[in-house]
Design a protein around this ligand. Structure first.
Ligand SMILES: [Zn+2]
Length: 275
């Protein structure tokens, strides 16, 4: 937990899951990525679902909510989903910021009602949900490449209680910003928390782990790779110039770090940061 300006910020991991290592590293050869993150016997790597918790005194923001537990045994096995770990103070969450509606970021927004079949209920019933309008649109009508990531079951509670929709950058409370990015998926929003001379940024799947800091290390899941590389380069240029603390949504080992340009000209971790 770190306090700066009017904010108290901490990180919570909702629970691990696993994705194919090759898909996570796109065109990076296995001989390189497997030396960075070890793969299991099914070629999968273990990933965190880290949330940023931002408290202002009156409000408690939760940024992304993990995979949730609406999983069939078959899909739970495919993705190696581990049991959900609820964040501290879940009942007091006033605002949920979803960076985008892929299942590993938004699945934890709802859970099945025991004994009620496929019926779901919100996990944060008192909270207002914040989302980019463009992302809600794409989640309602995903193309063939994203259909496995945007699940209708994760939209149900949003159709009942409409979220607050942003179009581009927006300041939710003084010093807490969301910014739109379209490279990973249309209408992703990354989060910037600024106060007392410190900036903490949560790029979400723009840079999913500290191992993805080199600009060309994009994911096979990225929809618009060239755009992603431009957005990522601009984000990292600002992160180094501003000495930002960057929080990595899927990194189980280095959830937060300050960034440097190394001797070969690549972005890299300067120092891990404990929040
Ligand atoms: Zn993700």
């Amino acid at each position: 937990m770190t306090t700066f300006g009017r904010f108290t910020v901490s990180i919570h991991d909702h629970g691990a899951y696993r994705l194919d290592g090759g898909a996570m590293f796109g065109s990076v050869p296995r001989v390189i990525w497997s030396g960075l993150i070890p793969a299991d016997e099914d070629n999968r790597i273990r990933l965190a679902t880290n949330s940023l918790i931002v408290e202002t005194g009156e409000r408690r923001f939760l940024v992304d909510v993990g995979c949730g537990d609406k999983w069939s045994d078959k899909r739970r096995g495919i993705y190696g989903v581990e049991p959900v770990v609820s964040p501290p103070g879940a009942a007091d969450v006033t605002d949920v910021i979803l960076t985008h509606l892929h299942f590993d970021h938004a699945g934890g927004l709802s859970r099945r009602i025991p004994g009620a079949g496929q019926e779901v209920e919100p996990c944060y019933p008192g909270a207002r949900v914040h989302l980019q309008e463009a992302n809600l649109e794409v989640a309602r009508t995903p193309g063939p490449r994203e259909r496995a990531s945007y699940l209708a079951e994760n939209l149900a509670v949003l159709e009942r209680t409409p979220p607050a929709l942003a179009r581009g950058s927006a300041e939710l409370v003084p010093g807490l910003w969301v910014h739109r990015s379209d490279g990973h998926t249309r209408g992703l929003q990354w989060v910037e928390v600024r106060g007392g001379g410190t900036t903490i940024a949560f790029p979400s799947d723009l840079i999913p782990t500290s191992r993805h800091l080199p600009v060309p290390y994009a994911m096979g899941y990225d929809m618009h790779v060239e755009l992603l590389l431009e957005e990522k380069a601009e984000f990292l240029r600002r992160a180094v110039a501003g000495d930002w603390i960057v929080v990595f949504v899927h990194d189980p080992d280095v959830p937060a770090a300050r960034i440097k340009v190394d001797e070969r000209g690549h972005y890299a971790v300067r120092e891990a940061v404990e929040l």
